[in-house]
Design a protein around this ligand. Structure first.
Ligand code: XMP
Length: 318
């Protein structure tokens, strides 16, 4: 019968036979799937696994540094590449959600290809694809985790895509991936992380992006997520985040009227992201969190809570 331990043993053996002394490149996202895939490959081939973690400048506050440190602490051969400026440049002037996604996908491939070229004689591309991704790409909905695959029709194929592909988690569901990670003693906070979209905060800043908007949203999101953790709510929620609305509204501070940004908070329960219900967060939690956001984040004077379920609303606003 299937156990995480036996899966790890068998997979490590298979990978060793399959890969021999070959070099493998893998893009880490900070998410559960790519991290567990990396750990399995690391067990199998050690330093022949070359991990690349790209900062697109659209991650959560402190995420790039924190997660990179964590990966290094796990013994992974990982290179952090800060390409924030390149992504922000490519996004300048774009406000359509699909155009933003395309620009991010394109730059990601460029950056990843440049980095993969620096590794001599790399033979394989590893991916953290899991079973639901396989189904999704068959039904061509272009959903989660499809960052690499869904963009390979943009012009000629980048060199790294000519590599052979290895996908050790391809037969697993998310909960099995988490159990496999736990059986390799991976950090429970890393394994319990909420799903986070590849285009990151770009699709939670409605309309066009600026560095300032990214900063504001990072601050808001940081307060929201930290409060969910400190209230013991984080693990009860499938996914949560904040959205920066393209709306200014009037407020009052001291004797002055303000005209500033509005943010929405979103927290949903789900099992696979296909359907989702908004979470009935305690009023007291919402009250404290809203006060904290408005007091601490300059430029925000109004907070709303999204009470829409999927369908018909999607989880992301773009
Ligand atoms: P929606 O908004 O479609 O989201 O209800 C369902 C799940 O997919 C994630 N999502 C994405 N993930 N690239 C990704 O990697 C994307 O472009 C993307 N769009 C949505 C979303 O965060 C949720 O978990």
């Amino acid at each position: 019968d299937w156990t995480p331990q036996s899966f790890v043993e068998e997979t490590v053996e298979t990978l060793q036979t399959q890969l021999g002394n070959d070099k493998v490149v893998l893009g880490l996202s900070g998410g559960v799937d790519s991290s567990v895939a990396a750990m399995l490959l690391h067990k199998a081939i050690g330093k022949n696994l070359y991990c690349i973690f790209v900062n697109n400048g659209l991650l959560r506050k402190n995420e790039f540094e924190d997660v990179l440190n964590q990966y290094e602490g796990m013994g992974l051969n990982v290179k952090g590449v800060d390409a924030s400026a390149r992504f922000l440049d490519a996004l300048a002037g774009l406000s359509d959600p699909e155009e933003k996604r395309k620009a991010i996908g394109r730059v990601f491939i460029e950056v990843f290809d440049d980095e993969a070229h620096l590794i001599q004689d790399v033979k394989w591309l590893a991916q953290g694809t899991i079973y639901p991704d396989v189904i999704e790409s068959v039904s061509a909905t272009g959903g989660p985790s499809a960052t690499i695959k869904s963009h390979h029709n943009v012009g000629g194929l980048p060199d790294f895509m000519k590599l052979k592909v290895v996908e050790p988690l391809k037969a697993l569901f998310k909960d099995e991936v988490r159990r496999v990670g736990a059986s390799m003693n991976m950090d429970s906070q890393l394994l319990g992380r909420h799903p986070f979209p590849g285009p990151g905060l770009a699709i939670r800043i409605l309309g066009d992006l600026t560095a300032e908007k990214v900063r504001i949203l990072q601050e808001v999101d940081f307060i929201f997520i930290n409060n969910l953790r400190s209230w013991g709510l984080y693990d009860k929620v499938w996914q949560a985040g904040a959205i920066l609305l393209p709306v200014n509204s009037v407020g009052v501070m001291g004797d002055e009227r303000t005209y500033e940004k509005c943010v929405a908070l979103r927290a949903v329960e789900s099992t696979d992201g296909m359907t989702a219900d908004w979470v009935n967060l305690p009023y007291e939690f919402l009250q404290k969190t809203s006060n904290e956001i408005i007091n601490k984040v300059k430029g925000v004077n109004r907070v709303v809570y999204d009470i829409s379920s999927k369908p018909p609303a999607t989880i992301e606003w773009e």
